[in-house]
Design a binder for this molecule. Structure first.
Ligand SMILES: Nc1ncnc2c1ncn2[C@@H]1O[C@H](COP(=O)(O)OP(=O)(O)OP(=O)(O)O)[C@@H](O)[C@H]1O
Ligand SMILES: [Mg+2]
Length: 248
């Protein structure tokens, strides 16, 4: 896995500056949680990294190389989205969806089984259509599909927001396990600070398109510097009452 770096990235939609001079690094092998209220520009920042929109100014770098100069396949970035229902083709089996994302020449059947096991799904489910799976299981498939592309960095945008709280825990634990096993570099986006702090090594806080705070999870949670971070902390459930501690 590798480093993702935003350098002075801005993104303008007409007169709206959705992202305003953001510099942020996702170090190799770490999960950076990006938190902020709805409309603060989190998804817009992610969009500049995966090439959905070019930044109006600034650069996005993977291991020091500007992604604008690379073809999409070379960038090594995979994105997982909020809605596990629309992110998988309903007519394809989950195994086919995962295989489709693999580089050419991969031994597909064995690799599909390996990836399904990695996300704690029984490989015998490879032939199932997404409609036969729960929301949480679909989100596991979406993660397996992202991993199938052998990415350097994964960007996960609100991947638990559409799930029941009970299922969220299992997906968050999976993210933590994958991070430990594979040393994933990940930008993990959520409006929910309780979710972000469960998985993140570092935490970045966005407000009105700007990054207002960034540091280790401990620094940001224990001694927030910005009043907006303190508001988010006050609104989130106490760190002593984890919603997900026993989920698996
Ligand atoms: N394609 C677009 N065209 C114009 N404006 C946009 C577009 N996408 C987003 N915006 C605006 O940019 C701002 C930032 O939106 P963005 O989706 O990045 O926020 P967010 O932090 O991801 O919010 P949420 O938590 O609701 O997902 C918002 O004011 C939004 O209305
Ligand atoms: Mg968003």
């Amino acid at each position: 896995m590798s480093e993702l770096r935003f350098e002075h990235v801005s993104l303008q939609y007409g007169s709206l500056r959705a992202v305003d001079d953001v510099s942020l690094t996702v170090p190799s092998g770490q999960v950076v949680g990006l938190v902020g209220e709805s409309g603060s520009g989190k998804s817009s920042l992610a969009a500049t990294a995966v090439g959905l929109v070019p930044p109006t100014s600034g650069q996005v770098l993977v291991d020091g190389a500007d992604i604008q100069r690379m073809r999409p396949r070379e960038r090594g970035l995979q994105m997982v989205f909020q809605d596990p229902y629309s992110s998988l083709d309903p007519r394809m089996s989950i195994g086919e969806s995962i295989a489709e994302a693999m580089p050419r020449g991969t031994g597909k059947r064995a690799e599909v089984a390996r990836l399904l096991e990695l996300v704690n799904l029984d490989p015998s489910r490879a032939g199932s259509l997404p409609a036969r799976l729960s929301g949480g299981q679909r989100q596991r498939v979406a993660l397996a599909r992202a991993l199938a592309g052998r990415p350097k960095v994964i960007i996960a945008d609100e991947i638990t927001s559409a799930l029941d709280v009970s299922v969220q825990g299992a997906v968050l634990n999976l993210v933590r396990d994958l991070q430990r096993q594979l040393g994933l570099s990940m930008l993990f986006i959520s409006h929910n600070l309780a979710v972000v702090r469960y998985v993140s090594d570092r935490i970045a806080v966005m407000k009105d398109g700007k990054l207002v705070e960034e540091g280790t999870a401990e620094q940001v949670l224990e001694s927030p510097q910005h009043s907006y971070t303190r508001e988010l902390l006050a609104a989130a459930p106490s760190r002593h009452t984890s919603l997900w501690e026993d989920a698996s």
